[in-house]
Design a protein around this ligand. Structure first.
Ligand SMILES: Cc1cc2nc3c(=O)[nH]c(=O)nc-3n(C[C@H](O)[C@H](O)[C@H](O)COP(=O)(O)OP(=O)(O)OC[C@H]3O[C@@H](n4cnc5c(N)ncnc54)[C@H](O)[C@@H]3O)c2cc1C
Length: 421
């Protein structure tokens, strides 16, 4: 049972790596513990699959942490245009939406998953599902010995090269339970601390309001730690039963999680009307009060925000909803609209996070090949690495690009094709 390449994990990175290496003539065994490959890709982008982004490389790299430059060689080999081209070749048309985000034209991430799986299998990849890898060792002759459970039996395969593409810890129900970190460590690698990222933020006092995913559009959120700004985002925010979620909360969550882990005091300053200055808001309030039959604070607030937010807003501004509007109240309304302070005390766990921050340190991986600098023949790709990005299609492109580069480099010196029986 000897193959050129064993790939552990049939996520976006593993499938692309395996398919590419097989296209180039290597014999590839792809092991996936779940019942089907690409479970996470199938649910990505709320099932629509925001597979990449058309932003130019420099702008793209700005969305990636902590060291985007590690990805330059992978992106120069296989970037968004090459991904779209590959998908087109295998029957998946794509469409570009606002902000350069690319989706399959069918709006079904499932179609991308099925097409990539077909492509990899046709290229010759031997894909085994329900194959849970239990242990990995590098023998003294350099071969990798991989032991896995399959159909109730324990089996062992030997590979000249090994790719770990087991993903991170986010959404473990998709199969990503962080198994690769332990093997990477065993093979000599260091792991940057693992934290949930792109994860909702818990806010003090939200529980009693019982918000049920209420969305505010065009608002601005500024995060501070010990009073110093650590991030700012403009767009859509969701109030949930425990705190805030939605695009701008997720975007800020990376710095919020780090600040909370460092025991810093984190506040989120919400500007409900970022397009209006204080003076403009003041004028608008005056106009509302003159024009209409507004007598109570509650009636005034109804002109400014959707009704379900009013009790919360009134509490933040220390206003009585039924009271008559007085001069002092107007000032409080303006102040709270421009700066409503939410105290972040926690964040949601990996089970609700979109991505894992931290992972296999990129200093110890050759960015030109994805090969380990410490163990010859060992490769890494995807979320397992210490790179993560904002929402917008960047994370999947990282998985596809690092997978493609790993597959290409592993196959480059694997001329012999042995087949898996
Ligand atoms: C809800 C959600 C929505 C998302 N939406 C988007 C989006 O729209 N756009 C975007 O760019 N990114 C999105 N992401 C992030 C993106 O899906 C991931 O970054 C990407 O899928 C990572 O790919 P990967 O191949 O590195 O890892 P994974 O997709 O996690 O694949 C790892 C695979 O390894 C397998 N595995 C693990 N351990 C073993 C083992 N012991 N033996 C065998 N197999 C094993 C797992 O079962 C899994 O199939 C989303 C993530 C989530 C959770």
């Amino acid at each position: 049972m000897l193959v050129d390449i064993i790939v552990v994990g049939a996520g976006a990175a593993g499938v692309v790596a395996a398919g590419r290496a097989a296209e180039l003539g290597a014999s590839v065994l792809l092991l996936e513990k779940m019942e089907k490959p690409l479970r996470k890709l199938r649910i990505s982008g709320k099932g629509r699959g925001n597979i990449t982004n058309t932003k130019p490389p420099e702008e793209f790299l700005q969305k990636i942490y902590p060291d985007a430059s590690f990805l330059r060689p992978a992106f120069s080999l296989f970037f968004s245009a090459q991904l779209v081209q590959l998908l087109g070749k295998i029957g998946v048309r794509t469409v570009e939406e606002r902000g350069g985000r690319v989706f399959p034209a069918s709006q079904r991430a499932w179609d991308v998953a099925e097409a990539l799986t077909r492509w990899a299998r046709r290229a010759g990849v031997e894909l085994l599902c329900h194959a849970q890898v239990a242990s990995i060792a590098q023998r003294s002759d350099g071969l990798f010995s991989v032991t896995f459970r399959h159909k109730g039996a324990t089996r062992t395969a030997q590979g000249k090269k090994l790719l770990l593409a087991t993903g991170g810890l986010a959404y473990p129900a998709t199969g990503s339970t962080g198994d690769g970190y332990g093997w990477a460590k065993k093979l000599g690698h260091r792991i940057a601390p693992l934290r949930p990222a792109l994860t909702p933020i818990e806010v003090a006092g939200f529980a009693k309001h019982g918000f049920r995913d209420l969305t505010l559009r065009n608002v601005k959120l500024t995060a501070t730690a010990d009073g110093r700004p650590i991030g700012e985002a403009l767009g859509e925010l969701m109030f949930t039963g425990f705190g805030v979620s939605g695009p701008i909360a997720l975007r800020l969550s990376r710095s919020v999680v780090d600040a909370l882990q460092a025991q810093r005091k984190v506040a989120l300053m919400l500007d409900w009307k970022p397009a209006l200055s204080r003076q403009q808001l003041q004028n608008r309030l005056e106009r509302e009060l003159q024009r209409s039959e507004i007598h109570s604070v509650g009636a005034l607030l109804r002109k400014l925000m959707p009704a379900p937010f009013i009790p919360f807003f009134a509490e933040q501004a220390a206003l009585q909803i039924r009271a008559k509007v007085c001069e002092n109240d107007r000032q409080r309304v303006v102040d709270t609209l421009k700066c409503c302070t939410l105290h972040a005390f926690g964040y949601r766990p990996f089970s609700e996070a979109i991505i894992t921050a931290g992972g296999v340190l990129t200093d110890e991986v050759d960015g030109a090949t994805m090969q380990s600098k410490l163990a010859k023949g060992l490769y890494f790709a995807g979320e397992l690495l210490d790179v993560d990005a904002d929402t917008g299609g960047y994370n999947l492109q990282i998985a596809f690009s690092t997978g493609w580069l790993a597959g290409s480099s592993m196959a480059a010196d694997s001329p012999q094709t042995t087949s898996w029986e």
